[in-house]
Design a binder for this molecule. Sequence first.
Ligand code: G3P
Ligand code: CA
Length: 378
Amino acid sequence: MKYNALIWLAVVIFTACEKKNMPKQEQLPVLSPQARHIRYQVPTGAVIAHRGTTYWAPEETEAAYRWARNMGADYLELDLQMTRDSVLVAVHDNDLRRTTNIAEVFPERATDPVSAFTLVELRRLDAGSWFNQAHPEQARPLFADEKILTLEDVSMIALGYRIRRAEDRPVPRMNGEEWTGHYGYVKDTADIGHRPGLYIETKTSGFEELLTRQLKGMGWYVGDNPRFVEVRPGNTGVANTAGRLVLQSFSRKSLVRLDSLLPAAPKCLLLWRPDMRDSLETTWHESVVFAVANNIEFIGPSIAGPPNNYGELTAPWMADLVHNSGLYIHAYTFDTPAQMQRYKDRIEGMFTNRADLSLQVYGRPAADARQVLIELGY
Ligand code: G3P
Ligand code: CA
């Protein structure tokens, strides 16, 4: 009984402290009608397949993105960095130690950043075997030697293609005698017709012009002659809507540049507790002001709880603050049903490692995740 009273007291004190931190809403600006129009293009209850998945397959590989596409996720999420020869590739970490065999292939350069390697060098790496070792319960032989992907590769997977293979090895696309690191594509025979959008994170600022050229060239930018994408009735069809492409970053500099280059694309400002030097109140106030001033329609805060135990940036008062300014919330990163149930009613989308569970939580059809892998040939 005494113990219960102590818990109750702690909750009261915690709630009071949270309320004390609340900024005054009337001081905050609201999103412009034009930006609201762009915000509406993105589906509410968005299932954003974080790195494809980190649970069922090695992150940001063909296996992860084919799985997320066939699950019916609304978006394939990817982290972009630029190689030494100016190719945009999907890699999360600054270096390649966690997710590849870099220590075996380039031992002297193992701690070098992704930007120190050419695409041909990166394609020599095995981006799948680490997953089989780290997650034996989800391991599959065909994950071994999965490749680091380019933006073009992820785009083609979203559109129902896969990398061309001969005897289970990707087939180079030759430029005369020389291989530049690019692969060819074929229609994916395991494709079942879902057409997700792309949710692209710029990990750094500095390649926004290149990204813009590529997105326009591939028809992803809705403001500039977008590609028509055929969608079967009943399937995910975000790739054929005006919300087909969302741009996200922790880098404000990058978002400002992207707003000037791709103004019709929805954008998301990511927030991370360790980056916040000021009080939560000040930071939230200032983040909303920045987003509204720069036509950013979404805030991407972290959520609390296991397994990641990130800082709580999606508390009810924070969600109210964002919504009252006309912005929506795409929170990261979801791994468990408990997290999904706790936050789903105060956000408009989830960056999720378990698109299978997120679809279920939103009451949408969800195939069996393992069966999807089997049907994809893994
Ligand atoms: O992009 C949303 C979320 O992915 C941000 O965190 O570090 O997983 O890219 P991170
Ligand atoms: Ca990301």
